[in-house]
Design a binder for this molecule. Structure first.
Ligand code: AMP
Length: 182
C-alpha cells in the first residue's frame, strides 16, 4: 500500500494570531500521528516552517518541494526527510499535486491563494479528483467565501462546483474530514 500524503498550502509569513500557529502545529502533529506524509513548499519560514517542524517532531515524513530560485528567499528547510528542487514554480506545483492525496489550505497570502485556486481549477477541469479542504480558522477566509458566493450568484462559478472543496473551521474538523477519506 502506498503512503498517504497530505499537501498543505500555507503562508510563508508568521502572523501574530496564536490560533493560526497552533492550528499549523496541530495539523502537523495529527498528520504524523496517522503515519501520513506532509508535502509542502519546502521553506523554513512562516507557517510553512511551523507545520514542517511539527511533523518532524513526531518523526513524520516531510517532503519539501521548492524551486531552485526560491531556496534562499524562503530559507529551504534542510532538516526535512526529502527536499525536491524544481526548475520553476510550475513544476513545483505539478510535483506537489502528483505526490499528494489531498490538499489542505491553511491561512496564508498571495502564494497560498494562488495554490488554492490552481488546485481548485485543476479539479474543476477534471485533472484530478482529490479532496481540497479550506481551513477557515479564526474566520480568516470569511471574506473569500463571501466573494465566492457573489461569483456563484452571478453564475461565474457553477453552483454545483461549490462542492469541489470543503470548508472546516479548525484542526479537529479538518482531521475528522480527512479520516473519512483515508
Ligand atoms: P504566501 O502565502 O504568499 O506566504 O506564499 C506561500 C507559498 O506559496 C510560498 O512557498 C510561495 O512560494 C508559494 N507560491 C505559489 N505560487 C505562488 C505565486 N504565484 N506567487 C507567489 N507565491 C507563490
Amino acid at each position: 500500500m502506498t503512503k498517504t500524503r497530505i499537501c498543505v498550502y500555507c503562508g510563508s509569513r508568521l502572523p501574530e494570531s496564536t490560533g493560526i500557529i497552533s492550528l499549523a502545529k496541530q495539523v502537523g502533529d495529527e498528520i504524523a500521528k496517522r503515519n501520513w506524509g506532509l508535502v509542502y513548499g519546502g521553506g523554513k519560514v512562516g507557517i510553512m516552517g511551523v507545520i514542517a517542524d511539527s511533523v518532524l517532531e513526531q518523526n513524520g515524513e516531510v517532503i519539501g518541494i521548492i524551486p531552485t530560485a526560491l531556496k534562499k528567499a524562503e530559507v529551504v528547510h534542510t532538516g526535512v526527510t526529502q527536499v525536491i528542487e524544481t526548475p520553476d514554480m510550475h513544476s513545483r506545483k505539478a510535483k506537489m499535486e502528483k505526490l499528494s492525496d489531498a490538499f489542505v489550505i491553511l491561512p496564508g497570502g498571495f502564494g497560498t491563494l494562488d495554490e488554492f485556486f490552481e488546485i481548485l481549477t485543476w479539479k474543476q477541469l477534471g485533472f484530478h479528483s482529490k479532496p481540497i479542504i479550506l481551513v477557515n480558522q479564526s474566520e480568516y477566509f470569511d471574506g473569500l467565501t463571501q466573494f465566492l458566493d457573489t461569483a456563484i450568484g452571478l453564475d461565474f462559478i457553477k453552483e454545483t462546483n461549490r462542492s469541489l472543496f470543503q470548508i472546516t473551521k479548525d484542526s479537529n474538523e479538518t482531521l475528522e474530514l480527512l479520516d473519512t477519506y483515508f
